[in-house]
Design a protein around this ligand. Structure first.
Ligand SMILES: N[C@@H](CCC(=O)N[C@@H](CS)C(=O)NCC(=O)O)C(=O)O
Length: 241
């Protein structure tokens, strides 16, 4: 049994999709990040960065103590290696998958996160920041489109953990008005993945669904919620105050 410490955002959805794909039994432990559930000392033992997702694998391959993994890219790689699926064991296919996986977790993901922050959470009037991040996301979306014009899946002919890392964020980009409109190859890829039974199961599960308050075009956090997400409470959790 794997514990999935989960908040219903694209980073959490990546892992839910992978767990459904490999048929691993898992228990969802939900966190309301506006409420600050991620800021407890107890969760800091699982992820010292106090962010979701994280997993605890109570039955690691080869036995032994439970294994804790945080960072969505590391979790996907761990589960791929444990199951022997969606990541080639060596060579060019493995290198391609890890390249695109890292491209998402180090590039598209964080840039999308900043675009979302300045478009949806920040006070109005941050034009330079909005432009900087939305333009960079657009550039990265063009990179993906060019790749998918030539390749069925991002890492080549086979569906992999790199696709699972990218797909949920492309789904949620709609709330930023950055949908799939002028990216036909990405649209084709998006629909093929959406129709996978494991993806449909993960996206359809009630215990994994995003609450309405996470998906508004303009977010209005109260003072405590803002502190939990971006302010003093968020920073105090790391220091252990
Ligand atoms: N690089 C991390 C990003 C994790 C992340 O930013 N998680 C967000 C939800 S998508 C979170 O926990 N936010 C709450 C907070 O920042 O306090 C990953 O890929 O797992």
């Amino acid at each position: 049994m794997i514990d999935l410490h989960y908040s219903a955002t694209p980073n959490g959805q990546k892992i839910a999709i992978m767990l459904e794909e490999i048929g691993a039994p898992f228990r969802v432990i939900p966190y309301d990040i506006f409420n600050g559930d991620q800021l407890t000392a107890e969760f800091g033992q699982i992820n010292p960065n106090h962010k979701l997702p994280a997993i605890v694998d109570h039955a690691p391959g080869g036995g032994g103590d439970p294994v804790t993994v945080f960072e969505s890219g590391a979790i996907l790689q761990y589960l791929a290696e444990k199951s022997g699926r969606f990541l080639a064991p060596s060579g060019a296919p493995r290198a391609a998958t890890l390249s695109w996986l890292t491209w998402q977790v180090a590039g598209l993901g964080p840039m999308g996160g900043q675009a979302s922050h300045f478009l949806r959470y920040a006070p109005a009037g941050q034009d330079y920041a909005v432009q900087r991040y939305t333009r960079e996301v657009k550039r990265l979306q063009d990179v993906l489109e060019k790749r998918l014009e030539k390749s069925a899946y991002v890492a080549g002919d086979d569906y992999s953990i790199a696709d699972m890392a990218i797909w949920p964020g492309r789904a949620s980009a709609f709330v930023m008005g950055m949908g799939l409109g002028d990216h036909p190859a990405t649209h084709r890829w998006f629909e093929v993945i959406r129709e996978r039974p494991a993806v449909a199961r993960a996206m359809g599960r009630e215990d994994l669904a995003a609450p309405a308050k996470y998906i508004g075009r303009h977010q209005k956090l109260d003072e405590a919620e803002w502190s939990n997400m971006f302010g003093d409470a968020n920073h105090a959790a790391v220091r252990g105050d």
